[in-house]
Write a protein that binds this ligand. Sequence first.
Ligand SMILES: NC(=O)c1ccc[n+]([C@@H]2O[C@H](COP(=O)([O-])OP(=O)(O)OC[C@H]3O[C@@H](n4cnc5c(N)ncnc54)[C@H](O)[C@@H]3O)[C@@H](O)[C@H]2O)c1
Length: 273
Amino acid sequence: MELKTTDPGIINFRDKFELKDKVVIITGGMGLIGRAFAEACCQFGASVTIADRTGAGSEEHAKVLSGKFGREMFGMTMDVAKREDVEKLKNSVLEKFGRIDGLINCHQNKTAKFFAKFEEYTDEDWDAVVETNLKGTFLTCQIIGGYMAEKGSGSIINMPSTYSVVAPNHNLYRGTSLGSPAAYSASKGGVMALSQYLATYWAKNGVRVNQITPHGVWNSHEERFEKNFSEMSPLQRMSYNHEVAGAAVYLLSDASSYVTGHNMLIDGGWTAW
Ligand SMILES: NC(=O)c1ccc[n+]([C@@H]2O[C@H](COP(=O)([O-])OP(=O)(O)OC[C@H]3O[C@@H](n4cnc5c(N)ncnc54)[C@H](O)[C@@H]3O)[C@@H](O)[C@H]2O)c1
């Protein structure tokens, strides 16, 4: 919201970070980072919708958050890559809360052969990764972002990857069972381009489109991987999901009212060397 003044004394900077009365949808909301986003948004006052695929437990987790925060939250089992599911998500959230102010696209698809060598990557695995990561983000942006553009306000956060910003240093995976496939980088490169496109496309409609790029978020990784990572990271350690969440609160809130088209790197300096 534009406030034409040079007097910072009349601004309540704490209030600017409030998400009270904001309705926020988090796709992949049951994932490692999605759960931290949901908790942080709830703590800052938002009404949160957890949208995740079959078996993730979105509805149950929404109930837990409702109980903890004493207000209604919503959970929905859905597939971001299916147009009818995303339409249903938008309509259900509007029916329940009457508005949508924020969308975080926090989903990603890891297939059974996700870490296969590039030379051996199958069409099926490639399609499954791109379909969820990129097409899923296209659909939620088009359907939910389209609603925001029509109403004249909203904040969208998409999630690319360090490996769409820079190439992986494959030494990181030495001695581990892990890797980072080209399908992941390519799908996330698409997410970055789409986000930049929409940031300028919807600027006139009051919809801000930004990105958060986490890196090396710890999830009980193999010891060797953690060691490799720490040796290569400027901050000499992996990150935690709760260290990523503050960026989402900022980008969803009025504190970031002049920020759009930005990619916030939460990478411990990985891309700064
Ligand atoms: N963890 C990291 O270090 C890291 C680093 C850079 C970027 N990212 C990105 O951040 C986001 C969150 O990462 P994470 O580590 O929490 O991932 P995660 O794998 O823990 O969670 C992803 C969630 O997406 C859900 N999902 C998968 N396919 C879906 C579909 N078709 N429809 C709806 N939901 C679906 C999964 O069930 C899961 O809950 C992802 O986009 C990821 O690529 C993560």
